[in-house]
Design a protein around this ligand. Structure first.
Ligand code: HEC
Ligand code: HEC
Ligand code: HEC
Length: 125
């Protein structure tokens, strides 16, 4: 029984939960909030590819990201540079949040199990 339960709860990880919204400046500057699918990226890269001294601080909302930085190869621009991934010119792929969406973590970045999917409870800092 336990084994079956575990199998059923096994994650089929998608970017639908554990998304981070970044909206410190985007909306003020007339752009939609940025939705960053943390899981999608975590599956592909180790943590310290992004969470290093030149990258993202490990706290939602603690990074001041500008497009100038991104085009300069920092933050999302470490990869979204037309080499590792599509480039910064595809605005809407990142600026995909609904207007008014506040910055922070949505869902859970810890597990893909129950409480993860569809759980839009937000953690605040
Ligand atoms: C790879 C993801 C990505 C793409 C593609 C992207 N952005 Fe951004 N953008 C961000 C992130 C992350 C922020 C910071 C969001 C925040 O904290 O408010 C940001 C912030 C901004 C800001 C506010 C800060 C500033 O630099 O003035 C503007 C304006 C902006 N983007 C415009 C654009 C435009 C226009 C495009 C397309 C030409 C674009 N972005 C494409 C990720 C992206
Ligand atoms: C592709 C880049 C990338 C990778 C890989 C990545 N992260 Fe993140 N992580 C981010 C971004 C971007 C944020 C949001 C930062 C912000 O809001 O300013 C974030 C936020 C976080 C947070 C903050 C959560 C909160 O509620 O404040 C934690 C914890 C975290 N990541 C842990 C990890 C761990 C552990 C791994 C590896 C298993 C990992 N990250 C891999 C980019 C990444
Ligand atoms: C360490 C490299 C790396 C960093 C840093 C990174 N990305 Fe990505 N991202 C990728 C790769 C690789 C893909 C897959 C590209 C493809 O499918 O062609 C991707 C795909 C995406 C997708 C599409 C996900 C999907 O479901 O298809 C979004 C949205 C995205 N990134 C947003 C961002 C934003 C916003 C940031 C910064 C906050 C960021 N990324 C930082 C490597 C990165």
């Amino acid at each position: 029984m336990l084994a079956v339960g575990f199998a059923l709860a096994a994650p089929s990880a998608q970017g639908e939960y554990g998304d981070v919204v970044l909206n410190k400046q985007a909306e003020k500057a007339g752009m939609r909030p940025v939705v960053f699918p943390h899981w999608f990226h975590r599956l592909r890269f180790t943590c310290n590819v992004c969470h290093n001294e030149k990258g993202f601080k490990m706290r939602a909302g603690s990074n001041d990201v500008t497009m100038a930085d991104i085009i300069d190869g920092k933050f999302c621009g470490m990869c979204h540079n037309n080499e590792i991934a599509w480039s910064a010119e595809f605005c809407n792929r990142c600026h995909s949040g609904l207007p008014g969406l506040e910055g922070g973590f949505y869902g859970t970045q810890e597990t893909a199990g129950p409480g993860g999917v569809g759980d839009v409870k937000k953690r605040r800092h």
